[in-house]
Design a protein around this ligand. Structure first.
Ligand code: P6P
Length: 346
């Protein structure tokens, strides 16, 4: 009988292995990622039994976004904030669920070199109907002096300054995907040992794809270039690189995760009612832009790369286009051509 050959690396083994490759590394980033893995396992337990315990539904409060706060939103936010506050690598956090950033004011945290921003549970409107949801996070080196409380400037950094970014998707399986400058790796939670195990090493975003993700309900509020690109997607066939298919779950973590693996484009454009769109720059768009670009894709606000935008507010929104390089370039040319047309007509 062949011996049991379990060579799959856990998240902890993977981060420690990366640490061994860079002896000058202090291990603080590895520890921070392990903390995030721990919090996500606790969130996963509650998400998986959401229908059985009194954790569904609303808290009866609204967040800074003016959205109903679900009980699981609060639980998830407390889990991530708690592990990072009790850890040794994070000096402070900003969260979709909290109006202001939080400085962890104890000696150890004050001397930590990283800050973290997250949406603790994105897509929470889908919780009650059992559609997959997710956590999104981005990690930066603080720009303020270690030993002092964090400042707003620590959080208003361009997305290109992220040291690492990732997401957890609580779906048919629970996956943690994170990117550093060295690449993107995916870990699937093995419930039998309660560990995230390396399942998608060195993830790459296919240059081409045939999936386009957008909310057609807003079609008539989009700018002409977006409408032009949607029509182009609908007219794809076997002779011009198609057929394309439209997939939109209404949970960005799931939509972007699928397109990252299979190839595709996700769009949340600005509309007449919401010119800046709906998605938040700091803790939704920047992390995904970092991840997808590290995997070879592209992410823009329709004018400039997401990672180059200089943030001015914690909860600012941005139009968002992200995905496979060739699809993004085709979309950008539609925007440009229509904007040129509009200028000529003006
Ligand atoms: P709409 C979920 O609320 C979310 O923030 C993203 O996860 C998702 O992509 C988007 O909103 C869906 O918004 O307006 O299409 O329902």
């Amino acid at each position: 009988m062949s011996p049991i050959n379990r060579q799959v690396l856990t998240l902890d083994e993977f981060t420690i292995q990366s640490l061994r490759q860079f002896p000058q590394a202090t291990g603080e980033l590895s520890t921070l990622l392990r903390d995030i893995g721990l919090a996500s396992k606790r969130v996963n337990v509650e998400v998986n039994k959401a229908g059985l315990v009194d954790i569904l539904g609303d808290t009866g409060t609204m967040n800074v976004q003016g959205e109903e706060v679900k009980k699981l939103d609060v639980f998830a936010n407390n889990q991530f904030t708690g592990v990072l506050q009790r850890g040794v690598s994070c000096a402070g956090i900003a969260s979709e669920e909290m109006d202001e950033f939080v400085s962890f004011d104890d000696d150890v945290s004050r001397n930590s070199k990283y800050i973290c921003m997250y949406d603790p549970l994105d897509g929470s409107g889908n919780i009650d109907v059992n559609v997959s949801i997710g956590t999104i996070f981005g990690i930066y080196r603080r720009v303020s002096d270690r030993g002092t409380p964090v400042t707003r400037e620590d959080f208003l950094q361009k997305g290109k300054h992220q040291v690492a970014a990732g997401y957890i998707v609580y779906g048919s399986s629970t996956m943690l995907v994170y990117a550093t400058r060295r690449g993107v790796n995916g870990f699937t939670l093995d419930p039998s040992i309660g560990e995230f195990c390396l399942s998608h090493p060195d993830l790459k975003c296919p240059d081409a794809g045939n999936i386009y993700s957008v909310n057609h309900g807003n079609y008539y509020q989009y700018e002409e270039g977006v409408k032009k690109y949607i029509t182009l997607c609908q007219n794809k066939n076997k002779t011009n690189g198609g057929p394309y298919t439209q997939r939109y779950i209404g949970s960005m973590v799931s939509d972007v995760h699928r397109n990252l693996i299979k190839g595709g484009i996700f769009m949340y454009p600005g509309t007449i009612e919401k010119p800046k769109g709906k998605l938040r720059l700091l803790y939704e768009c920047n992390p995904f832009a970092f991840i997808v670009e590290a995997a070879g894709g592209k992410a823009t606000n329709g004018v400039q790369p997401i990672l180059e935008i200089q943030p001015t507010e914690l909860h600012q929104r941005t139009p968002f286009f992200i995905g496979s390089k060739t699809m993004m370039e085709e979309m950008e040319s539609c925007l440009a051509s229509e904007r040129t047309e509009e200028k000529i007509k003006a």
